[in-house]
Each structure stands twice: as structure tokens, then as C-alpha cells.
Design a protein. Structure first.
Length: 356
């Protein structure tokens, strides 16, 4: 029996990949997105990958009336809640906007789920809830000391869902704490489309490789790490997407509340990523060693053992695949969803798509 999964934020980076994984596993994704940080053209790209257009509703997750209508008109079995705002610096500048979207948005969604009798929810949390970790690999039981309004908004939602589950033990809630999602679907049709100058390492590297940015600033080379640069747990977005399918499967008919790390359990330094990215692109990446970025932690990576034990999920794709897939997406779509090499736009600065 096909089951419908409401995917809030399903047009975004992780949500769009989750729709592909859900469809591959026989689920029907129903996307709800207001496109505030995504592009409506992702729907066409998803149709190409999946083989049919996914159902989608344009709208805001805080819109109670709309949500009521969505739950009334569709037979929804489970919800994956990606819709939210995620930029740490922006959350410091606009905290109320972050609490409204991330916290109030989840309150409205959960209330409408309750009204409709839909009690299976997978929530996108982040390793950022741990703050500066005491040790790595970080287990789920580690203290949470989020350091930004963004991190606190995710932690508040986690606490709220814990209270909800306490009061209504027949809910199935799975909180997924992602480490550093990178990569793209192997087709090169969907990927991450940062607005403006990227903050994160992988999209920045991609733009240096296309020539859009001159060089990468390495934020700190004097950390107490093997090569002095920051160490993170990068995880391929398709592995994450498959983790969501495993969570939905696990939650089906099994009330409970679970909090799980989704990462590889392996840390890579900025230099490791640059070296692997150079191999993937076959070109040198200009870089400058700069000062530490305020608020950055030297090193952390997750302990994904619980997700393996309970969901049977394990990240399968390594750093080489993460770099190759990020680059394929970037190279074929130099202006994101507005362009596609060799199809809608021929970008003069880049060779027309040859296979990697
Ligand atoms: P994204 O910005 O690409 O996707 C979020 C999607 O939600 C976008 O399509 C956006 O248009 C939509 N959206 C935002 N506010 C909305 C609203 N009020 N109503 C309806 N739609 C709305 O981000 P992503 O990287 O795909 O992240 C997805 C989720 O995972 C977020 O909740 C994020 O906080 C969390 N997360 C992301 C990362 C990461 O590094 N990408 C790491 C940890 C956790
Ligand atoms: C950041 C967010 C985190 C979010 C994660 C998503 C902060 C404080 N944290 O984490 O909440 O979940 O992104 O992936 O913003 N680096 C460079 N040069 C660059 C960019 C990054 O050297 O131009 C380095 C950083 O110093 C860090 C590593 O690359 O050591 C990864 O950085 P980034 O991709 O921004 O992720 P995080 O800082 O881990």
C-alpha cells in the first residue's frame, strides 16, 4: 500500500533529496513549501528523477487554515518537517523571525496533525543543538548547549515534542540531528542553492572551482587538530535522505520518541575536504589561510551507532562521492535552478558537461 508523507520544506536542499528517496521506497511525497529559500523549478527536476510530478502545495507552515485544508484533503500517514530557517548569523540578526518560523511553525503543524489524527512526525534537528561538545564522537545523550538563536529554536522544538509525546504517548516522533549535509543527487539535477555568498564550506568550494569566487578563506589553521584546520562530520545528502525513509518506516505503527544523530561518525578537516575536492574536479583550489571564524568549534563529529542499531541506517557514501556529486550539481547548474548546462543555458566560463 502506498503511503503519503507530507514533506514540509520539501523543495529545499535536504527535503528535495528526501522526496527522491521516499518515492524510490514506494511512498508518495506531498510537498508543502513557501519557496522562501528554494525554487519552484525543483518540482520539475524532481519529476524527471522520480518519473512523475510530486504533489505540492505552495504555502506557509505557519498558516493554520492552509494546514487544516491539506490534512482534510489528503490521506496523510506521516510528516517529515524540514521547513525552517537555518542560517546561524541571520538568526542572531533576526531572532524573532527564526523563533516564529522554526518554533511557531512546528506548533501550528503539530496542532493540525493532532486535529487530523496524524501522529507520526520526523523532525529536522541539527548537531548545532550540542553547542561546543565535551567530546567526539558526540552521543545523543550529550548535554545540549546551543549557542545561537537558530540552535536554540531547534532545541526548543525538541523539548516541545518531548512534552507533546509525554502528554500523548501514542505519537511517533523521531528527532534527527544532522551533522554537515553536503553532496547532491547523482543525476546532478537537484542540489544546494545558496543565496548570495555561501557561508558553508562545500558550496563555497564549488564556487571557487567555477571561478565565481577567487579563493577559499580557510577559517583558522591553528586549531588543535591534525593539520590545524576545523574538523567536521560531513554526510552525503542522499544518505541523510535515506535516513528519513528509515525513520518513517521505523515510526510506522510504533509509538515512541527517539532522538538520533545522522552523521558518518568520521571527522574530516578543511584541508581533507579541499584535497578531495581537488581530486574530484581535477583542478587546484586557490585558498588563503585566514583567522578563525568567530563562534566556530575546532572539531566535532557524531556517534551514529544508535541510528544504525534502531533504524538499520548507516551512511554509505564517502568524502570522494560527496565532493564529486556536489561538483556535478554545481557544474551543470552554475546559476542553480535558473540554469542547466547544455539545456537552458550555456555558461561561457565552464566547459560543457562532460561526465565526471
Ligand atoms: P533549505 O533552506 O534548503 O530548506 C528549507 C525549506 O523550507 C526551503 O525550501 C524553504 O523554502 C522552506 N521553508 C522555510 N520556511 C518555511 C515556511 N515558513 N513555510 C513553508 N516552507 C518554508 O534548508 P535545508 O538545508 O534543506 O534544511 C532543511 C532542514 O534541516 C531545516 O529545518 C534545517 O534547519 C535543518 N538542518 C539543516 C542543516 C544543513 O546544514 N543544511 C543541518 C542541520 C539541520
Ligand atoms: C555550520 C553551522 C551549523 C550548521 C552547519 C551546516 C555555524 C556556526 N554553524 O556549521 O549550525 O548545522 O553549518 O552544514 O555557522 N570553513 C572555511 N571556510 C569557509 C567556510 C567554512 O574554512 O569559507 C570551515 C569552517 O571553519 C569549519 C568547516 O569549514 O571548520 C565547516 O564549516 P561550515 O560548512 O560552515 O559548517 P559548520 O561550521 O560546521
Amino acid at each position: 500500500m502506498t503511503r503519503t508523507v507530507l514533506v514540509t520544506g520539501g523543495a529545499g536542499f535536504i527535503g528535495s533529496h528526501a522526496c527522491v528517496a521516499l518515492a524510490a521506497a514506494g511512498y508518495e511525497p506531498l510537498i508543502l513549501d513557501n519557496f522562501c529559500n528554494s525554487d519552484v523549478r525543483v518540482i520539475e527536476r524532481l519529476s524527471e528523477i522520480i518519473g512523475k510530478a510530486p504533489a505540492f502545495v505552495e504555502g506557509d507552515v505557519r498558516d493554520k487554515v492552509l494546514l487544516h485544508k491539506v490534512f482534510r484533503e489528503h490521506e496523510i500517514d506521516a510528516v517529515i518537517h524540514f521547513a525552517g530557517l537555518k542560517a546561524v548569523g541571520d538568526s542572531v540578526a533576526h531572532p524573532l523571525h527564526y523563533y516564529d518560523t522554526n518554533v511557531s511553525g512546528t506548533v501550528v503543524l503539530a496542532a493540525e496533525m493532532q486535529r487530523a489524527g496524524v501522529k507520526t512526525l520526523v523532525f529536522s534537528s541539527s548537531a548545532t543543538v550540542y553547542g561546543e561538545p565535551e567530546c567526539s564522537p558526540i552521543p545523543e545523550g550529550a548535554d545540549c548547549r546551543p549557542e545561537s538563536p537558530y540552535g536554540r529554536s531547534k532545541h526548543m522544538v525538541e523539548q516541545m515534542l518531548t512534552d507533546l509525546h509525554r502528554s500523548q504517548p501514542d505519537w511517533n516522533v523521531i528527532v534527527l540531528r544532522y551533522f554537515n549535509p553536503v553532496g547532491a543527487h547523482e543525476s546532478g539535477l537537484i542540489g544546494e542553492q545558496p543565496r548570495g555568498k555561501p557561508n558553508n564550506l562545500m558550496p563555497y568550494l564549488c564556487q571557487v572551482a567555477t571561478g565565481e569566487r577567487q579563493s577559499l578563506q580557510v577559517h583558522g589553521s591553528d586549531y588543535a587538530t591534525p593539520d590545524g584546520t576545523g574538523v567536521r562530520d560531513y554526510v552525503h545528502v542522499m544518505d541523510l535522505a535515506e535516513g528519513h525513509v528509515a525513520a518513517v518506516k521505523h515510526a510506522g505503527g510504533r509509538p515512541g520518541l527517539l532522538t538520533l544523530n545522522l552523521g558518518t561518525g568520521q571527522g574530516y578537516s578543511v584541508m581533507d575536504v579541499i584535497n578531495e575536492f581537488e581530486r574530484a574536479t581535477g583542478q587546484p583550489i586557490a585558498r588563503q589561510l585566514g583567522p578563525r571564524r568567530p563562534g566556530d568549534v575546532a572539531a566535532y563529529w557524531g556517534d551514529p551507532a544508535r541510528a544504525h542499531k534502531l533504524l538499520g541506517w548507516k551512511a554509505r557514501r564517502g568524502l570522494a562521492e560527496m565532493c564529486a556529486d556536489s561538483w556535478r550539481w554545481q557544474r551543470r547548474n552554475p546559476a542553480g535552478y535558473a540554469s542547466r548546462l547544455g539545456v537552458e543555458v550555456a555558461h561561457s566560463g565552464i566547459e560543457l558537461a562532460q561526465e565526471l
